[in-house]
Design a protein around this ligand. Structure first.
Ligand SMILES: C[C@](O)(CO)[C@H](O)COP(=O)(O)OP(=O)(O)OC[C@H]1O[C@@H](n2ccc(N)nc2=O)[C@H](O)[C@@H]1O
Ligand SMILES: Nc1ncnc2c1ncn2[C@@H]1O[C@H](COP(=O)(O)OP(=O)(O)OP(=O)(O)O)[C@@H](O)[C@H]1O
Length: 293
């Protein structure tokens, strides 16, 4: 079984700079990964068979981005191989942590290896974009300033603090936020340097706080302890700390009904780190040990 992580992302800032003719929005956002997320296991299966378990409540397997990613890869390459996929779901759905997109990205990268298709990361990222605006950054696996709908990526190296992520327990549909007439859509297009030097904000935050009092309440609570924001289109909120211990101390006091976790910000995706370990293989570990002895 090939086991690989599907990490969460945070949008450290998120500005909406305009609406395109197709209804999608141009953004300027800073993506960073977390060392916390879902986990996927992949095993070969015959005759193009695709099986996924356990099922996610309320989501038919054919709608799951994991199966959609696998089918897309089969149809684009004509591959007739199959896979059995095991999903350990840890990320809240509709939480703004990109769980579905990350699952799709890990599936594309893993099956490209399992089925020996030889697609490059840019080719996989182009395929992934058909599944969701956030999929390409998960495939490239490097923290990035994203523009366009999220597909134009410039690598970035923001600080890597500890984060406390809190989930108010409500699901926010991304499409509903982008369709809302009250969403501000005219932030200026600035350079990465300008964006980094200005305060980091999220253009969706005020609207979601208004529509979802649970988000407003939790963010208000968290702001008492540390600088805090919403990620993506919500509903999760996050605050940064200098140490794991400081973040865990605040988690221990979190209001009843909220759920959360502490994780480290990573500019290199845990998926890339796991793939590098796979590539090195057990034999090169032994060689390293021998070289160090
Ligand atoms: C807002 C972010 O979370 C920032 O990371 C993402 O850009 C959202 O990415 P995602 O969940 O992969 O979104 P998609 O599945 O591609 O799109 C969901 C819906 O959100 C809207 N949408 C999404 C991304 C974008 N740049 N403009 C949009 O208007 C579209 O109505 C779309 O139908
Ligand atoms: N493997 C999957 N994991 C989670 N959601 C999935 C998956 N496949 C399909 N979905 C659908 O996608 C929707 C959004 O899920 P996701 O967890 O990616 O939201 P999100 O964290 O808000 O993402 P983003 O920040 O990219 O908007 C879910 O409500 C669900 O209907």
């Amino acid at each position: 079984m090939m086991t690989l992580p599907a990490p969460a992302k945070l949008n450290l800032f998120l500005y909406v700079t305009g609406r395109r003719d197709d209804g999608y929005h141009n953004l300027q956002t800073l993506f960073q990964f977390l060392d916390h997320g879902d986990e996927l296991g992949f095993e070969p299966a015959p005759d193009g068979e695709l099986a996924l378990g356990p099922a996610l409540p309320g989501l038919a397997p054919e709608q799951n981005l994991i199966i959609r990613a696998a089918r897309l890869l089969q149809s684009k390459t004509g591959c007739t191989k199959g896979a059995r996929i095991h999903l350990t779901k840890r990320l809240p759905m509709g939480g703004g942590l990109g769980g579905g997109s990350s699952d799709a990205a890990t599936t594309l990268v893993a099956l490209n290896r399992l089925w020996r298709l030889g697609l490059t990361l840019p080719q996989l990222a182009r395929l992934g974009l058909q599944l969701g605006a956030d999929v390409p950054v998960f495939i490239h696996g490097q923290a990035a300033f994203a523009e366009g709908v999220g597909e134009r990526l410039t690598p970035a190296t923001p600080p890597e603090p500890w984060y406390l992520v809190l989930n108010p327990g409500v699901e926010v549909a991304t499409a509903a936020v982008f369709q809302d007439p009250a969403l501000p859509r005219s932030s200026p297009v600035l350079s990465l340097e300008q964006r980094l030097s200005l305060p980091w904000e999220n253009d969706c935050e005020a609207l979601v706080k208004k529509r979802r009092p649970e988000v407003a309440k939790l963010l208000g609570w968290l702001l008492e302890y540390a600088p805090s924001r919403m990620t993506g289109t919500g509903a999760c909120v996050f605050a940064s700390f200098n140490s794991r211990e400081a973040a865990e101390n605040v988690l221990a006091k979190a209001p009843p009904g909220s759920q959360g976790f502490v994780a480290k910000g990573c500019n290199r995706s845990p998926l890339q780190t796991a793939l590098a370990v796979l590539d090195r293989g057990p034999s090169s570990d032994k060689k390293d040990q021998a070289a160090m002895a």
